[in-house]
Design a protein around this ligand. Structure first.
Ligand code: UDX
Ligand code: UDX
Length: 428
């Protein structure tokens, strides 16, 4: 199939490259020329295992390319996926300005385009966006009727950073929210070789499935952290508790790792967005609000524990192992490390931080700070202080020699750190 993907961030680039891998002809579009040039030089703009090789393969094969020319891409393809950013806006409500702008631009292009075209929303958008924002904008700017001149569908992604290609190629399910049979059938054809369940529904249900899924996973993490905080007071190992819980098939062991909470470009933003949407319909989601509230405070428990051990942190050298919001990515969006380092610097500590992939992101976020030093080599970072906080469970930190003779506060359960002179876990 001839496909265009608009917005080549995390989701768009992985989606475009994987559709090319499945034999489709793909044109990726982005407003950012530098990003487009990199992609056309087979350089990925994000760190994702296996993505650069796959990009190179299809650039060479010629069934994938990138452009800033939206008109050319839409005219030369039959299906367009919208995967531009949907960041948090005012008061954490979702900000749909990029989705609406791209939709207006595509509407204007469809006005002149011969034949039928399918628009697919892949960006995470609050329920009602596809039918009550995207569709009417397309009709207004194209002068065509939805269902006749063009089709519309919502097809959420469930990609985890670090495992995005695997999640795209082997999903648990594919959700298709088409406005009509024709729109749905085209996507069924596109996904015909996938072995997983394919759920056909309407756009707003598809949108809500995405939010409910992310909100449930985020709540599951806050739940086990809530239990973990109780365990901590009762001197019980929350990981043992999670293990026993996870044996219950109604619970499953997945996403039951207690620690310093969830970060990333999705969970915080998406839970806040659906809470905002609920407010619009005069409903206050008690559990989701509690999940967010607990997650806000959870990273700072690392600092509380260290202060309980050594008192004031002013002038103290502290090593932070891990900056990315999780292993396997260079992404620091809503990373717990940001809250922890900001608080340590405010308390007057000297911070020595390291991460295998996210140092460039950290430089962008923190800029120059006289009491913040970044290190490529974790060994160099731990040499600078007696006190270590484990913030991201990279394999690179699972080495006992990093911890000998140290005081370690562990936020992500790295058992090798137990050789330390003093070791304490946030929930164990
Ligand atoms: C995005 C959404 O933020 C997320 O909610 C959704 O689930 C998936 O897509 P991500 O891929 O991480 O997530 O977004 P981001 O990294 O912000 O990339 C968006 C891309 O769209 C950027 O490269 C940006 O340059 C591009 N863009 C944005 C356009 O090409 N045109 C625009 O008008 C706006
Ligand atoms: C998530 C969803 O998993 C994915 O389906 C969706 O499309 C986008 O959002 P991602 O943000 O890449 O993916 O990260 P994920 O692996 O889900 O982890 C999210 C956060 O939760 C990380 O900060 C991680 O450290 C934390 N986490 C995860 C826990 O604290 N405990 C767990 O048991 C699992």
């Amino acid at each position: 199939m001839k496909i265009s993907v608009i917005g080549t961030g995390y989701v768009g680039l992985v989606t475009g490259v994987c559709f090319a891998e499945l034999g489709n002809e793909v044109i990726c579009v982005d407003v950012d020329k530098e990003m487009v040039d990199k992609i056309n030089s087979s350089i990925t703009t994000i760190y994702e295992d296996g993505l650069e090789e796959m990009l190179k393969k299809h650039m060479t094969r010629g069934n994938l390319r990138a452009t800033t020319d939206l008109r050319e891409a839409v005219e030369k393809t039959d299906v367009s996926f919208i995967s531009v950013g949907t960041p948090s806006g005012l008061m954490d409500y979702i900000d749909l300005k990029y989705v609406e702008k791209v939709t207006r631009d595509i509407g204007k292009i469809l006005k002149d385009k011969e034949g039928y075209h399918l628009m697919v929303v892949k960006s995470t958008v609050v329920p009602g966006t596809t039918e009550h924002s995207v569709l009417p904008i397309l009709e207004r700017y194209s002068g065509k009727k939805a269902g006749k001149g063009f089709g519309v569908a919502m097809n959420p992604e469930f990609l985890r950073e670090g495992k995005a290609i695997e999640d795209f190629m082997n999903p648990d399910r594919i959700v298709i929210g088409g406005i009509d049979e024709k729109s749905t059938d085209i996507l069924l054809e596109l996904y015909k070789d996938f072995k997983c369940q394919i759920m056909k529904t309407n756009p707003k249900t598809a949108e809500m499935i995405k939010y409910a899924t992310n909100s449930f996973l985020a709540t599951k993490i806050s739940f086990i952290n809530d239990i973990g905080n109780i365990c901590k007071q009762l001197d019980i190992d929350a990981y043992e508790v999670a293990k026993g819980m996870g044996m219950d098939s109604r619970i499953s062991p997945k996403f039951l790792n207690p620690g310093i909470g969830f970060g990333g470009s999705c969970f915080p933003k998406d839970v806040k967005a659906i809470v905002g949407k609920a407010k619009e319909v005069y409903y206050k989601p008690a559990i989701l609000n509690a999940a967010l509230e607990l997650n806000e405070l959870q990273p700072l428990k690392l600092i509380e524990l260290l202060e309980r051990n050594i008192g004031f942190l002013k002038g103290v050298d502290i090593t932070i192992l891990g900056l990315a919001f999780k292993p396997g990515t260079d992404d620091m969006r809503e990373a717990p490390s940001i809250k922890i380092i900001t608080s340590l610097l405010m308390k007057g500590a000297r911070v020595h931080a390291t991460d295998p992939k996210a140092l460039n992101e950290a430089r962008k976020i923190f800029g120059e700070h006289e009491r913040l030093k970044l290190y490529d080599d974790p060994m160099e970072a731990v040499k600078k202080s007696k006190y270590i906080m484990i913030v991201t469970e990279w394999d690179e930190f699972k080495r006992e020699e990093l911890y000998k003779g140290k005081v370690v506060i562990d936020g992500r359960r790295v058992d090798e750190a137990k050789v330390a002179e003093y070791y304490e876990g946030v929930c164990w």
